[in-house]
Design a protein around this ligand. Sequence first.
Ligand code: SAM
Length: 284
Amino acid sequence: MLSYKHAFHAGNHADVIKHLGWIAVIDYLCKKNKPFTLFDTHAGAGQYSLDDEQASKNSEYESGIARLVDTAMAEPLVEKYLTLCGEFYQQHYYPGSPVIAATLLRDNDQLHVMELHPAEIPKLQASLKGLARGQVHIHHRDGLEGLNALAPPSPVRGAVLIDPPYELLSEYQSVTDTVNAILKKWAQAQIVIWYPLLSARAGQKSGCSERMVEALTESGKTAFTAELHVADNSSDTGMYGSGLLFINPSWQLDTQLTDALNAIAPALGDNIKVSVTWRKRESA
Ligand SMILES: C[S@@+](CC[C@H](N)C(=O)[O-])C[C@H]1O[C@@H](n2cnc3c(N)ncnc32)[C@H](O)[C@@H]1O
């Protein structure tokens, strides 16, 4: 299908929670002096001009990054996110997940980014050119198939971001099947899955994210979700928020996310709700 274009949504509330979570995961990996491998299965264009026709159509960034970038927030994860994004925002750009990861990469780290849409590939190449210190591999292929083919990687320490457009109903099941297959051969992978929270107005897709999260927590791995609700779950809204499922999360990632989301919520709006919920804890 491939009609989704992330440029329309760059810098919105969903990008804010997703990129906060992805930065926290990478930041933890950087704490040890051992190389790591990152996979970004649905990369997009890498970075987005907020002045271009697509981004300015609904200006979704205005209710996301724009509400945060000029605030002085001392919460460490938010500060890191805003420092990184602020450099792009000054030029009226927003960095996507590949550019965020590339910016944080160290000399011996590896980053694999995958994107299926042919029009996004040259943009991705241009966005990543000369940016990373580590090695960046751009793959024009199906992200879930590519991840399955390349896992487990070397270095084996590492993390995965799965951020599909969920245009097709079948994508929820494909994510579940792929993650379960990956965990069988790369048991220690830290996996981050973004999902939309959709009201009844979304028809058949409503409830699919919740069912996917349930199914994925049956893998037996430790897991928690972090969610940002930007509207009530009513018939007036389509997507009322979004969440991240963290599988095999690093130590204290839950408290980091709780603190960061609580810090940004008041700046994002009056009715913003935050939740961080353990789905499967380490058995005692
Ligand atoms: C939500 S966007 C990604 C945004 C990006 N992760 C970020 O945070 O900046 C989803 C992307 O997945 C791409 N895509 C759709 N189906 C795909 C597939 N099967 N494999 C890889 N990429 C796909 C779309 O073209 C789109 O660019």
